[in-house]
Write a protein that binds this ligand. Structure first.
Ligand code: ACM
Ligand code: ZN
Length: 834
């Protein structure tokens, strides 16, 4: 017995020699050479750190201890002793500034960088090796790594205005970025919904402008409700965070939002805004949120703000925004108009340009270069040293680079992590639905569009997390950030030719998710996929050893739900939900069962495809059915779809003759009334791919879980014609109502059915679909069986209310009892459960 244990032990200890352990480093290094053997960390563990790293010693020491379980003894010096870990700066090293060499051999661990930040990058790799799944704690496999980043700027922005994240949360965020070798934290400190940076010369910016709620200068917004909400960073706080970040190799770029997005400023100092009577709404529906360009005193205020901020943040850039400025304010302001006349300007972009040229003079005085959102390029020449944050799309970054500006690529379509990660999850949708895979697919240098010389203007990449919808649920900020930032880190660091999703996903799920969890990040885990075919649900877990649980009654699975272990035979597949669970804090979103597509195509030649499919096995009940066309990739959405027809036993049920582009992701509604399992159902359509470009799509056919009875909707409130009230009659969740006014006590929206509806439950939703924005805060629902007498139902809770009628319902009414304190109210289609 003893002998066999010994033999197994010898065998196991020799395994590493047979097969290299997976180190799973993210971002993937330039070169790794794994060698046989491992360095066993001695106890006590000696660490030598270059004096250029003296501010990072506590950080290094704490993290060695956390990742190895051994408390190191650290000394400052230049010489590697036996069995030591050394962190040395060697300015002669032939590597880019942030590059490093890491060698682990029988003499110890050597981390060398040309700069302190290079050494810190090597340190992150060492920590990841120590925490790789296949590396035994207390040992470090022999390895030789040479590594450096693709881009010098690898950034992430956090919006601390819409939601206030306290100092400790910001520090944690910085720690997580450092662990991914990111080097810039873009701190969005001010916006319409709260000013967060103490400015001693303008104390009301934080005494007043950092707070919203009843009786405050700022109205409640973004879930802050009827309580006083806010906070700010003192100047000491900001200095502390700067030092904290610097010890981790991260520079902080502060952003002061000017001249737009400035409601917090104009609410605290009304004289800063234009003297106008009109209530002109910005893109986000804010009024009076723009600095007056024609008021000369404003430039003194900007001087003092920039002076104070420059003194707090040593980084060479200060971000001065320039995005989404509601220039209509200037068009109505006598001072701005007088300035326009004096300067001979003919359009208001020239005023914006005037403003930035003055701001840049001020920044220059305090030895700062400016960064601006891409709109800053409009209206005239700006300082050629301006850095451009290209957020509106890749083409904006290309334009900026072509004009010769240093450019940060941060297209919202890929790197805005406030975007939802799937159709059913919380988050914005205006730029894209972006899961980790889509984020990873982002290529910051579109070769075909930029010359090699212009490509050099792409200084780096950055992500952004805007915080409008991060008020709930708990820890959604972490959920939205990771693992998308892990993907972003590889875009910024790893050579283009080494970027590979499957390889990244393997490293991520095999070791790195666990690292994220160990850092305390409640990331979004990957959901399983569940497919229904021939009466059986088959689930594919997202990765090896993933724990998948399910619920069979249509509820979100919990940690106590049954484990999925084998295919499930059922006819009731629509009620199943599946979810991956990582630990107590971490899970994937719940996913429904999908049916296989009823049709697919893929072509890249110019041709007409005639598609005819027997889809009888997909149809299984009477109801409202939606046929959806989904391109399989962004670039594959060419082609036009025509004459979509559904036949039942060769009898036409319905046809859609007009042409639709695949890009518009058509969604066609069919009604099946005579379902019989003996019937044959056939789908016919043509696809014309007009050019030799990629066209490839999945076509799905699904029965709606809701009833869609004919309804007429009316309201006491004026509609915004772009979002008319008729949108509430089409049962398309994506189209909704926006009123043109805030709702007020006594306002109502009435849904009247043509014929009374038998329903078990009706969900009444307000706000923008998927978003708790412009919701009803104060109000309740009521319903009527005859359209005359109404029965009072529940009060709205976070914009939603439900009714459970006992008889067929003739009408449903939203009754508003108080303002929502927002510029408008949004309403949605009813969700009527049979
Ligand atoms: C932005 O997203 N408005 C820069
Ligand atoms: Zn003005």
């Amino acid at each position: 017995m003893r002998k066999s244990i010994l033999l197994i032990a010898i065998f196991l200890s020799s395994l590493p020699f047979l097969q290299a352990q997976k180190l799973d480093i993210i971002p993937k290094p330039v070169s790794i050479q794994q060698n046989a053997g491992q360095f066993v960390l001695p106890s006590p563990l000696k660490v030598v750190a270059d004096k250029k790293l003296k501010n990072s010693i506590d950080y290094i020491s704490a993290n060695i201890s956390k990742n190895t379980g051994i408390n190191p003894v650290v000394s400052v010096g230049k010489k590697h002793g036996k069995n030591t870990i050394s962190f040395l700066v060697d300015t002669k090293l032939d590597l880019p500034n942030d590059g490093y060499q890491l060698e682990i051999n029988e003499k110890g661990i050597f981390v060398k960088g040309k700069t302190a930040n290079g050494v810190l990058n090597g340190f992150q790799t060492l920590l990841q090796i120590c925490s790789a799944k296949e590396v035994k704690k207390g040992t470090v496999p022999f390895v030789k790594i040479e590594d450096y980043p693709r881009f010098e700027w690898r950034g992430m922005m956090l919006d601390c205005s819409r939601q206030f994240f306290d100092k400790q949360t910001v520090k944690n965020y910085i720690d997580w970025l450092a662990a991914h070798k990111m080097n810039i934290f873009h701190w969005h400190l001010t916006d319409d919904n709260g000013w967060r940076a103490e400015i001693k010369s303008m104390p009301d910016l934080t005494l007043k402008g950092a707070w919203r709620g009843p009786g405050e200068v700022l109205l409640p917004s973004y879930g802050s409700g009827d309580k006083r909400y806010g906070g700010f960073y003192t100047q000491d706080d900001m200095k502390e965070v700067v030092a904290y970040a610097s010890a981790r190799g991260i520079s902080i770029m502060p952003e002061i939002e000017i001249p737009g997005h400035s409601r917090a400023v104009t609410a605290s100092y009304p004289e800063v805004g234009c003297a106008i009577t009109q209530e002109l709404k910005s893109v986000q529906g804010e009024v009076k949120n723009v600095w007056c360009v024609g008021r000369e005193e404003n430039y003194d205020l900007l001087d003092s703000i920039i002076r104070e901020i420059s003194g707090l943040f040593p980084f060479e850039y200060i971000h001065v925004a320039g995005d989404e400025v509601n220039r209509a304010n200037w068009e109505h302001c006598p001072k701005c108009q007088a300035l326009m006349a004096k300067e001979g300007f003919t359009d208001s972009f020239q005023l914006q340009n005037y403003f930035f040229r003055r701001v840049q003079k001020i920044a220059d005085k305090y030895h700062k270069k400016t960064d601006g959102w891409n709109e800053i390029l409009k209206g005239g020449e700006i300082d050629p040293n301006t850095l451009i944050s290209a957020w509106q799309g890749i083409s904006y970054g290309i334009e900026s680079a072509k004009k010769g500006y240093q450019t940060i690529m941060m297209p919202g379509q890929y790197t805005y992590f406030d975007m939802a990660q799937s159709e059913t999850e919380r988050g914005h949708r205006w730029a894209a639905i972006t899961d980790t895979k889509r984020a990873y697919s982002f290529e910051p240098i579109p070769n075909d569009d930029l010359t090699p010389e212009e490509q050099k203007n792409i200084k780096g990449v950055q992500g952004a997390l805007w915080s409008e919808y991060l008020d709930r649920p708990a820890r959604i900020m972490e959920y939205q950030s990771y693992p998308r930032i892990s993907a972003l880190s590889e875009i910024g660091w790893t050579k283009k030719e080494d970027k590979n999703w499957d390889d990244f996903y393997g490293r991520l799920t095999h070791s790195h998710l666990k690292r994220l969890a160990d850092m305390g990040i409640a990331f979004r885990d990957f959901p399983p996929s569940a497919i229904y075919q021939n009466g059986i649900i088959t689930v594919t877990p997202p990765y090896e050893n993933a724990v998948v649980r399910y619920d069979a009654q249509g509820n979100e699975p919990t940690r106590n739900s049954p484990l999925y272990s084998k295919p499930i035979q059922t006819k009731d597949y629509e009620n199943y939900l599946f979810r991956t669970f990582f630990n107590e804090d971490i899970a994937s979103p719940a996913v429904k069962v999908e049916k296989l597509p009823v049709a697919e195509w893929s072509t890249s030649t110019a041709e007409i495809l005639t598609i005819s499919k027997n889809i009888s096995e997909h149809v299984d009940k009477n109801g409202i059915w939606y046929l959806t066309f989904t391109p399989t990739a962004d670039g594959a959405s060419n082609g036009a779809i025509r004459t979509v027809s559904l036949f039942e036993n060769d009898k036409l049920i319905q046809t859609f003759p007009e042409e639709k582009t695949l890009k518009s992701k058509p969604r066609l509604r069919f009604v099946i009334q005579n379902y019989n399992e003996k019937n044959t159902y056939r789908l016919n359509f043509t696809v014309e791919n007009k050019e030799a470009k990629e066209s490839s799509a999945k076509v799905n056919f699904n029965c709606s879980p809701y009833l869609e009875p004919q309804v007429k909707v009316t309201s006491s409130m004026v509609e915004n014609p772009k979002f008319p009230i008729a949108n509430l009659e089409d049962y398309n969740i994506e189209t909704y109502l926006r009123t043109d006014v805030a709702c007020a006590n006594g306002d109502w929206i009435l849904y009247t059915f043509t014929n009374p509806v038998v329903a078990s439950k009706i969900d009444v939703l307000t706000g923008i679909p998927h978003h708790p924005r412009f919701i009803v805060n104060n109000g309740y629902v009521e319903y009527s069986y005859d359209g005359i007498d109404f029965i009072k139902g529940d009060a709205f809770d976070y914009g939603n209310a439900s009714i459970f009628p006992k008889q067929p319902v003739k009408a449903v009414r939203i009754q508003i009892t108080g303002t929502n304190n927002e510029p408008l109210m949004a309403g949605q289609d009813l969700k009527i459960n049979p």
